[in-house]
Design a protein around this ligand. Structure first.
Ligand code: GLN
Length: 244
């Protein structure tokens, strides 16, 4: 009888440990993994990049387990609002309009909207974009600015940057407006393209978190500021964006 009791106790303890010890809380991050070097799929099919690594070290600090979901860029904010994901990290620019829908963390990087053209293009400055066909990624700030400034009829939306760049190579659009670091990656991977010197807009990147999850926002910002202070964030960025 004593033996049986001991056995039952041992089993109960094991069950308790499985439930408690192993399962740390999950941090579900949403991103659009075609935005190198911030997020892309590596040769092993894993989502890597600056945002993925920043989320990883923040989750670690919070004692949480990171899970990354790949989705279209223009569904990320809705996913945050509906709590399908806890946080969106996607080289996402802080804008006043987006602030109506979600809360943003402190910023962790700067982005610049630049213009990619074919090498032989007559487009030299932002002003030359008038009446040209502009390729953008749907729902991005590049899309929003260009639609405002040059009219919807001149802007062609693509689901990601790679598709917009492919359209530029096929002369379906005259230029692509996109963030500078992905732009450099696309130009390196495709012959005959160049980035104009003129910067179209300078922006801040931050993580988007539900307005109903202030607890996570505070924890996230605290972890982020510690990781900025000890150089971790800088090192992650330097790993993917080597100094020129
Ligand atoms: N920074 C741009 C934006 O927030 C593009 C981000 C992206 O395509 N991942 O709209």
């Amino acid at each position: 009888m004593k033996k049986l009791l001991a056995l039952i106790l041992a089993v109960l303890m094991m069950v308790a440990c499985f439930a408690g010890c192993g399962s740390s809380e999950k941090l579900v991050m949403g991103t659009n993994a075609s935005f190198p070097p911030y997020e892309f799929v590596d040769d092993n099919g894993k989502i890597v990049g600056i945002d993925a690594e920043i989320a990883e070290v923040i989750a670690e600090k919070l004692g949480m387990e990171l899970e990354i979901k790949d989705m279209e860029f223009d569904s990320l904010l809705t996913a945050v609002q509906s709590k399908t994901i806890d946080v969106a990290l996607a080289g996402m620019t802080v804008t006043d309009e987006r602030k109506l829908a979600v809360n943003f963390s402190d910023t962790y990087a700067t982005g610049v909207q630049v213009i990619i053209v074919n090498e032989a293009s007559d487009i030299k400055t932002v002003d030359d974009l008038k009446n040209k066909k502009i390729g953008v990624q749907a729902g991005t700030t590049g899309d929003i600015y260009c639609t405002d400034e040059f009219g919807q009829e001149n802007v062609k939306q693509y689901q990601n940057g790679a598709l917009a760049v492919a359209a530029l190579k096929n002369n379906q659009v005259d230029c692509v407006v996109i963030d500078n670091e992905p732009a450099k990656n696309y130009v390196k991977a495709n012959q005959g393209l160049k980035i104009l010197e003129t910067e179209y807009a300078v922006e801040d990147y931050a993580a988007a978190i539900s307005k109903e999850n202030n607890e996570l926002l505070e924890k996230f910002n605290k972890a982020l500021s510690e990781l900025k202070a000890d150089g971790t964030i800088d090192n992650i960025i330097k790993k993917y964006i080597p100094a020129e």
